[in-house]
Design a protein around this ligand. Structure first.
Ligand code: KG4
Ligand code: ZN
Length: 332
């Protein structure tokens, strides 16, 4: 049996978790800083790292207490070492290094994006079978990845401009819905008509890449026109139209890519994978099984980092105590 304690501080969630055998969550504590950053309309890096400093130890203690395990029961300590905000990553990495040294435990630096993929392993009904096609959609990424084996990734498509989550956040700002944008757009869209305002879709035919900046600009221009006409903003209809456009492109492009590779499953991950319309549209349109973790495991958390670490730990991988942060780390 392996028991991994993981720490995640790459952006604005301070998180710690204990996971057994890479699949069973014993504790998963996520301290969101959203109320601190909301006043600024987005994450302020300096504020985020200070908040991590204040919150990391209490959250770590909560995760250890909740899991009811002793330090000597742990197999290893895992920590996100990139990609993310440098100052935020530093807090988690230094805490993990200190713990590994003090408790004589192995240390593993984990790629945050790999964590989002392994969130799926935390669902009991998920049966991995390689190769897998993975759509990874977060605040900074819209990647289509062919996962050939544990730890073996081929990037087949990526965003050319705004990531899907970033597009949701910017659209929410245009509509005056605040931060974070994804959940706010989803909520407003439930009462809107997605067909009242047609918005463009960038198909980028012939590639598996995505682009959402044209859609964002089209929404901005439309909102400006509507406002200038003095009618006020039909926020719910605009949110529904925007969400519909993003989801359609993500689903259709993923399904088209899935036809060209010998995959038997599709998995989705990252904060935008929490979107209910995206999940539902995949289930309706895909002939292949589509797996996604429950929404709380799609957004940033440390259990997913422990799940990814478990596979690497089993292979004998270890990081040294001079583990550094890599704000631009890629997958692969
Ligand atoms: O993976 P994540 O928690 O952090 C990063 O690694 O970036 O993703 C955050 C992004 C944000 O842009 C947020 O607006 C978006 O995920 N998001 C959503 C939803 N929940 C979070 N987007 C659409 N619908 C949601 N329900
Ligand atoms: Zn993330």
């Amino acid at each position: 049996m392996t028991l991994i304690l993981a720490i995640e501080t790459s952006c604005d969630e301070t998180a710690a978790a204990v996971v057994e055998n890479g699949r069973r969550i014993l504790s998963n504590v996520v301290g969101s800083q959203v109320e601190v950053h909301a006043a600024f309309g987005g994450v302020v890096p300096e504020v985020a790292s200070r908040q991590h400093l204040l919150r990391a130890i209490p959250i770590l203690e909560q995760a250890m207490g909740g899991a009811r395990v002793a330090w000597q029961d742990l197999s290893a300590i895992a920590v996100t070492h990139g990609p993310g905000l440098a100052g935020s990553l530093l807090v988690g990495v230094n805490l993990a290094k200190g713990l590994a040294l003090a408790r004589s435990l192995p240390l593993l630096g984990i790629n945050h994006l790999e964590g989002h993929i392994y969130a799926n392993w935390l669902e009991p009904d998920f049966e991995p079978a390689f190769p897998l096609l993975c759509l990874l959609v977060s605040g900074a990424h819209s990647d289509l990845i062919l996962m050939e084996e544990h730890g073996l990734y081929r990037l087949i498509g990526r965003t050319r401009d705004d990531a899907a989550g970033e597009a949701f956040d910017k659209a929410a700002r245009i509509l005056g819905l605040g931060y974070p944008g994804g959940p706010a757009i989803q909520e407003a869209a439930t009462k809107g008509d997605p067909r009242r305002f047609p918005l463009p879709r960038a198909w980028l035919r012939g590639t598996d890449d995505f682009s959402f900046s044209g859609l964002k600009t089209a929404l901005l221009r439309l909102a400006e026109r509507l406002q200038a006409s003095g009618q006020g903003l039909p926020v719910e209809d605009l949110a529904a139209a925007f969400q519909h456009a993003v989801v359609e492109v993500l689903v259709e492009k993923t399904l088209r890519a899935a036809e060209r590779f010998p995959v038997s499953r599709i998995i989705i991950g990252g904060g935008v994978a929490a979107n209910l319309l995206l999940r539902q549209t995949f289930q309706e349109r895909s002939e292949l099984p589509v797996f996604c973790a429950r929404p709380a495991l799609c957004t940033d958390n440390a259990a997913m980092i422990a799940a990814a670490a478990d596979v690497r730990f089993a292979k004998g991988e270890r990081s040294s105590l001079d583990l550094d942060v890599h704000p631009n780390l890629r997958l692969g």
